[in-house]
Ligand binder design. Structure first.
Ligand code: DON
Length: 334
């Protein structure tokens, strides 16, 4: 750090301890989902999305038809508006977590969705009032022979982090500071427009979107272990991944491979992976008032959203693992 004119001291590192946080646990159509609590926004935002969408019969809709894509986008916009305003390091800010994930709030957020029209993001604010304080990444999923499950996402933020290596030490420094709102109200590298709650303060942890998640069947048995990299797209990706299993009855390979959609409140547009939406559906969504864009990148890597590593536990106890073909990784058995 000193060699590179960095700010972090030996005392900062010595004073840093991993903190135990209780997971976010919520139910979705009778299934129990166990996911990552703050300082990731993943589990709470996933729960908020599920709380809105549980009121719609997703599994009866045409997969990635206009109604399905519309409802996803409308739920995501509302949930990211709340995420960006409220969520942050629980040691520093009070958050309306219980309300955000409650059935009543889900129902009230749901009631503002027009089935035929996109609500512009400019008309969607955080739904629980002003926050009290006015003033590269990898996922792995494991299930062992005893049925214990681990969903683990780890991040240095961008590819190669800050791109600074520590000579002789064998690791690169992350650029996690961009997960803070370094300038509240302005977009970070993922386009997330976040508020004062997540502003930089000494000793504070930055707000993540990591969403490592474990899903239990209504009878309490283990069904699914999942997670992904992907910055701001992780939460919507993992909602779709879980919904693909619960609502659409997909197997693990189908659930992971299915092309993905994304909306994060701002910028106000639905993005879709190449091939995810038909031209007819894009036209219909536009006529409903959505801005719809295919993800595009000259580098070919970024049109794709995330890189899910998932395991499904079959009724007979067999495990089916699948590694997303979008980036890298592998599924291995024992
Ligand atoms: O914790 C977060 O939300 C980010 N640091 C994740 C970054 C990420 O997934 C980058 N991978 N594509």
């Amino acid at each position: 750090m000193a060699r590179g004119d960095g700010l972090i001291t030996h005392d900062d590192l010595a004073g840093y301890e991993a903190a135990w946080r209780d997971p976010i646990v919520f139910s979705y159509r009778g299934h129990t989902i166990i996911s990552m609590p703050p300082v990731s926004s993943g589990g709470a935002t996933l729960a908020a999305i599920a709380g809105i969408l549980t009121g719609f019969p997703l599994g009866e809709l045409v997969y990635h038809g206009p109604q399905h894509a519309h409802l996803l986008a409308e739920a995501w916009k509302r949930s990211y508006a709340d995420r960006n305003a409220y969520l942050a390091d629980p040691d520093f800010v009070a958050m309306p977590l219980a309300e955000m994930v409650s059935a009543e709030y889900g129902a009230s957020r749901r009631s503002t969705i027009d089935p035929d029209r996109a609500t512009p993001s400019s008309e969607i604010g955080p739904g629980l009032g002003t926050p009290e304080r006015e003033h590269n990444t990898t996922h792995l999923s494991v299930v062992d022979a005893e049925g214990n499950a681990v969903a683990l996402t780890t991040t240095i933020n961008s590819f190669y982090g800050s791109k600074v290596t520590v000579g002789g030490a064998g690791f690169v420094l992350n650029n996690e500071m961009d997960d803070f709102a370094s300038r509240p109200g302005f977009p970070n590298q993922y386009g997330l427009v976040q508020g004062e709650n997540n502003a930089i303060e000494p000793g504070k942890r930055m707000l993540s979107a990591m969403t490592p998640s474990i899903v239990e069947r209504p009878d309490g048995t283990l069904l699914y272990v999942t997670g992904s990299p992907g910055g701001s797209t992780i939460i919507t990706n993992i909602f779709q991944n879980i919904s693909n299993v619960i609502d659409f009855g997909m197997n693990v390979r189908q659930a992971v491979n299915a092309p993905r959609l994304h909306h994060q409140h701002l910028p106000d547009r639905i993005q879709y992976e190449p091939g995810a939406l038909s031209a007819v559906t894009v036209g219909r969504l536009r006529s409903m008032g959505h801005v719809v864009e295919e993800r595009f990148s000259p580098t070919a890597m970024y049109p794709y959203i995330g890189d899910v590593q998932a395991i499904m536990i079959m009724e007979d106890g067999r495990l089916e693992g699948w590694s997303d073909p979008r980036r890298g990784g592998a599924a291995v058995g024992y």
